[in-house]
Design a binder for this molecule. Structure first.
Ligand SMILES: [Zn+2]
Length: 222
């Protein structure tokens, strides 16, 4: 039998970590939405960064953001010029629109409001929007999925934020790989003290150079 090497990290561990990372990344979205404040009932969330009134000349955008560790709520009201008095000095006036792309919508010339939710931990990984557009006023939802079970009813954001999903997948995969590596090191140490092959747990006699079961060089056990 040919001799082989004992690897601390195997291909199987890498694959398992990647799969777990992807699953946890996706699962973090509904979990975060549930852990956080009830969707659309965001009074308890931290505010306001930013809290802004943006002047685009022909229209103005009021922007409010509230968030906690798991969840971000953007609210934008877009109004044609002159329809609403500009607010007082309590507003910051940032030069750039602070909203991420998923919280925006092209100006249609009407009064508009957009409520955008995003959830996920540690990064926001999915978003959804509720849009109101005027004359005639109509409302619709985009990327929100409602789950109703008995008296429980919740709206979950389901439109993917790919960068967030990827970042979370890497985050969870790294933690999983660290745990698997730790478990493997503990197992290796236990086998070594019991004079078993660290690769396949075959019982090794004294003076054996190569494991007769799997071909691991027994000398590498040191
Ligand atoms: Zn062996």
């Amino acid at each position: 039998m040919s001799t082989k090497k004992h690897r601390i990290v195997t291909l199987r561990m890498l694959t398992a970590s990647a799969v777990v990372g992807v699953i946890l990344s996706a699962a973090s979205v509904p979990a975060s939405a549930l852990i956080s404040a009830e969707l659309f009932n965001t009074q308890n969330l931290r505010r306001p960064t930013p809290w802004a009134w943006l002047d685009y000349g022909d229209h103005q955008i009021y922007v409010d953001q509230r968030s906690d560790a798991f969840y971000t709520h953007w609210e934008s009201a877009i109004v044609p010029d002159g329809m609403e008095d500009p607010p007082g000095t309590e507003f910051d006036r940032p030069i750039n629109d602070p909203r991420p792309r998923y919280a925006r919508r092209a100006y249609t010339g009407h009064v508009q409001s957009i409520v955008s939710l995003s959830a996920g931990w540690p990064s926001r990984a999915a978003s959804g929007r509720a849009i109101l557009d005027g004359t005639p006023r109509r409302t619709w939802e985009d990327g929100l999925y409602r789950v109703t079970i008995g008296t429980f009813s919740h709206r979950f954001p389901v439109s993917p934020i790919w960068t967030g999903l990827l970042a979370n997948a890497i985050f969870y995969a790294t933690i999983t790989l660290a745990l698997l590596t730790g478990l493997r090191l503990i197992r290796t140490r236990r086998r070594r003290t019991r004079n078993l092959c660290i690769e396949c747990a075959y019982e090794l006699g004294d003076g054996i150079d190569v494991c007769p079961e799997c071909g691991l060089k027994a000398r590498t056990r040191a």
